[in-house]
Design a protein around this ligand. Structure first.
Ligand code: SF4
Ligand code: FES
Length: 361
């Protein structure tokens, strides 16, 4: 049996706690759903504390406190304390806007283990333009300084797309200058709101090729100084990613209102039933909720995945992407060159629209 198993089901290691969908930024690549959950539907502090205890009991080691912008919650310190008390490693994923010195101090005292700041570009004007928020870049720099002053490990998350992918080197330099120990070069994923901006965000094949060479050179140059996490962007890859480490295998998401999802974009898939932590324990949901059973393992697969040697490597790729591009959530992720729909991905990768961003407001 796999080391990370729980009864017959695998065991989750990570929990994404989407504390709120409220966010001051308006990024065109936002992968949150089109219909956001409102403030009045958000789980209260005590329920989050119970969820964290149940998560730890289920084997979860790490909780990502995310959103929206988690600092929009007035009880963020109490929530962080509850996660810490449940013995979870706590990672705050933040835009930096709204995280004051006082709040960060409180979070640090509550046991916050790690901070991840998203940065939209290495140039202030472009970064603020992409974020749809004037002054965001400056605020991010200031928060990074406060984080490192408190000796909390810092990761810079850089979402790359056509407007900034040629500045990967500058982004890594910026992350180093800010004192980050890790930089995550994440390419825009076309789910949720981001799908509206796909043509405006899509990098060209030449840009992707240049960036791949650049990343290798940066890794060699900064070996030992900063960890650079980067993968080839989906539409330009030959094989798909093992999205969320395989459906119902490694992680779960809890939405602001308490729905538990196998992945961030699962609500885009038709016909799935999501159980809520208000009515079920996390263990019951993990083991028995129909949404987690739907694509767990390999029995649901069609050809070519069903007989493919990589079926337990990438688990057929991303279900949400398969559905978005083929209309069939059980299809092989068309990013895979073995998919009968792969040519369509190539066509989409070639569509760069010179259109203004549609901001999330
Ligand atoms: Fe992965 Fe399916 Fe492609 Fe095989 S056919 S590489 S399992 S996506
Ligand atoms: Fe849902 Fe990949 S985002 S499976």
């Amino acid at each position: 049996m796999d080391a990370a198993t729980h009864g017959s089901a695998p065991r989750p290691l990570g929990l994404l706690a989407e504390l709120t969908h409220r966010c001051p930024l308006a990024c065109p690549y936002c992968s949150n759903p089109l219909a956001l959950e409102g403030r009045t539907d958000e789980l209260d502090t005590a329920t989050w504390a119970r969820v964290f205890r149940e998560a730890a009991g289920l084997g979860v080691l790490q909780v990502h406190l995310s959103g929206g912008e988690p600092a929009a919650r007035r009880d963020l310190v109490e929530i962080t304390q509850a996660a810490h008390d449940a013995s979870l490693y706590t990672n705050l994923i933040t835009s930096a806007v709204g995280v004051t010195d006082k709040l960060l101090g409180g979070l640090s005292d509550a046991g916050l283990d790690h901070v991840q700041i998203s940065i939209q570009d290495s140039e202030a004007e472009s970064a603020d333009h992409i974020a749809g928020y004037k002054g965001a870049f400056k605020r991010k720099q200031a928060l990074a300084a406060q984080v490192t002053a408190l000796k909390i490990p810092l990761t810079v998350n850089a979402v790359m797309h056509r407007a900034n992918i040629d500045r990967i080197g500058e982004m890594v330099d910026l992350a180093l200058a800010l004192g980050a120990t890790r930089v995550e070069i994440a390419h825009a994923q076309y789910y949720g709101w981001a799908l509206k901006n796909r043509g405006a965000l899509m990098p060209t094949a030449e840009q992707v090729a240049r960036s791949t060479v650049a990343v290798e050179a940066l890794r060699a140059k900064y070996h030992g100084a900063i960890v650079i996490d980067a993968v080839v962007p989906d539409y330009h890859a030959r094989y798909p990613k093992a999205c969320v480490g395989g459906w119902g295998r490694r992680s779960l998401n809890v939405t602001p209102s308490g729905k538990v999802l196998p992945c961030h974009a699962a609500e885009t898939l038709p016909g799935l039933e999501f159980w809520n932590v208000r009515e079920h324990s996390l263990a019951d949901i993990w083991d028995n909720a129909p949404s987690f059973m739907a694509f767990r393992g390999t029995d649901w697969m069609q050809e070519p995945c069903r007989s493919c040697a990589r079926r337990e490597v990438d688990f057929g790729g991303c279900r949400c992407q398969a559905f978005a591009l083929t209309g069939d959530a059980r299809a092989t992720d068309p990013v895979c060159h073995l998919s009968p729909h792969h040519a369509h991905v190539g066509e989409l990768a070639g569509v760069q629209e010179d259109a203004p961003y549609t901001y999330r407001r």
